[in-house]
Design a protein. Structure first.
Length: 329
C-alpha cells in the first residue's frame, strides 16, 4: 500500500469522505502527516502585548485535554482520562508556540496524533482510528468549523446578524456530520471541541479581538475575526427565569412576624425535605381564628397545612405567597 500523505485540510477531508464510503486502511503506519493539523489563534488586546494573561491559559490547556480524550478513545475505547499513564501524558504533551508579542498561539498537533495512530491497539480498526483522528484534526483547526459553530450559536441566541456559510463550507460540514453519524466517537469529539471554543470566547474581554487563521495552503479558507463584544453575546448564558407554580403540603412553622402592615411573614420548613424559606400571608387570607392561633403560638407542636404560590429558580424559592392556611389540632 502506498503512503497516504495529509498535508492540509483538503487532503484530510478527501480521505475522510473515502473512509465514510467504505475505503479501508490496512496499516496506520502508512499515513504521513506534514504541516497539518495546526491550531492557530491570534488574540489582540491590551493584555496581549508582551504578556499572556492567566485567564486565557485554562482554555489553551483544554486543547491538551481534548488530545488526551482522543488518545483514550483510540487506545482504550472511551474518553475516560483515568486511563492515561504518566508516560501517556508525557508523550502527548503539546508545546504552544507564542509569537508576535505573546498574541499568537500556535500548536502543531502532528506529533501527538502520530503517536495516537501508532500506539492505539485492539479497540478500533486502522480505518476507524484514522477517521477519528481526522475529525479531531479538522474540527480543532479549521476556520470552517469555527464559522459553523459560531453560526449555530448565533441562531440559538436569535441574533439579528449571524454568519452565513458558503456552499463549500456547507459541503465540508456535511462530510464531518456524516462521520459523526458513522462513528459515535466523532460526535463526542465535536462536542468537546465546541466546549473548547466556548471556553476561549468566554475569556475574551469586550475590547479584545480573536483571529482564527486558516491553512495558508488553502486560499478558499480566509482567516476571520471576532470581537470580544460579539463573543460575549454568543456564549453568555441567559439568566434563568423564575417559574411560578402552586405547592401544597405540611410545614413546620418556625416563626410568625405580625409587624408588617399588609402581610404576615412566616418562616416555614418543608417537613419532607427540610428546606426552609420565608412565606408571606397577604391581608384577608387568614381568618380571625387562624390569626389568633398564630399569635398565641398554638402551632408550635403541630405542623400546618399551607397552599402557596411560589416563584422557583435553580431549585430555590425567590418568593412564596400563602393562599390558604389550615392549623391542625
Amino acid at each position: 500500500m502506498d503512503t497516504i500523505s495529509i498535508g492540509n485540510e483538503e487532503d484530510a477531508l478527501n480521505l475522510l469522505k473515502q473512509l465514510i464510503d467504505g475505503y479501508e486502511i490496512e496499516h496506520i503506519e502508512n499515513i504521513e502527516l506534514k504541516s497539518w493539523p495546526k491550531f492557530v489563534i491570534h488574540i489582540q488586546g491590551e493584555d496581549f502585548k508582551g504578556t499572556i494573561p492567566t485567564r486565557i491559559m485554562p482554555a489553551l490547556l483544554n486543547l491538551q485535554k481534548e488530545v488526551h480524550k482522543v488518545y483514550c478513545i483510540s487506545n482504550y475505547g472511551d474518553d475516560n482520562l483515568r486511563h492515561l499513564t504518566k508516560d501517556d501524558r508525557e508523550k502527548l504533551e503539546l508545546v504552544v508556540k507564542v509569537n508576535d508579542g505573546s498574541s499568537i498561539f500556535e500548536t502543531l498537533l502532528q506529533d501527538p496524533i502520530l503517536k495516537t495512530l501508532q500506539d492505539a491497539v485492539g479497540k478500533m480498526t486502522p480505518s476507524e482510528i484514522t477517521l477519528v483522528l481526522i475529525v479531531f484534526g479538522v474540527c480543532a483547526t479549521s476556520v470552517v468549523f469555527w464559522r459553523s459553530w459560531l453560526a449555530q450559536k448565533g441562531k440559538e441566541k436569535e441574533l439579528e446578524q449571524t454568519i452565513e456559510l458558503s456552499q463549500l463550507e456547507k459541503e465540508k460540514m456535511e462530510i464531518v456530520q456524516r462521520a459523526a453519524k458513522h462513528n459515535p466517537a466523532c460526535d463526542l469529539i465535536m462536542q468537546g471541541l465546541g466546549d473548547l471554543r466556548s471556553d476561549i470566547l468566554t475569556k475574551l474581554r469586550p475590547q479584545d479581538k480573536l483571529e482564527v487563521s486558516a491553512d495558508t495552503a488553502d486560499e478558499n479558507l480566509p482567516s476571520f475575526m471576532i470581537t470580544g463584544d460579539t463573543a460575549n453575546e454568543l456564549v453568555s448564558k441567559p439568566r434563568e427565569k423564575a417559574v411560578e407554580r402552586k405547592i401544597e403540603g405540611e410545614y413546620f412553622l418556625r416563626a410568625a412576624d405580625f409587624s408588617k402592615i399588609d402581610h404576615v411573614r412566616l418562616d416555614v420548613e418543608d417537613i419532607k425535605t427540610g428546606y426552609q424559606f420565608h412565606a408571606d400571608v397577604p391581608l384577608g387570607v387568614l381568618g380571625a381564628d387562624q390569626e389568633e392561633a398564630l399569635k398565641d403560638h398554638s402551632w408550635e407542636r403541630h405542623p400546618i397545612q399551607l397552599a402557596m404560590l411560589v416563584k422557583e429558580r435553580h431549585g430555590y424559592y425567590s418568593s412564596a405567597k400563602v393562599i390558604s392556611v389550615a392549623l391542625k389540632s
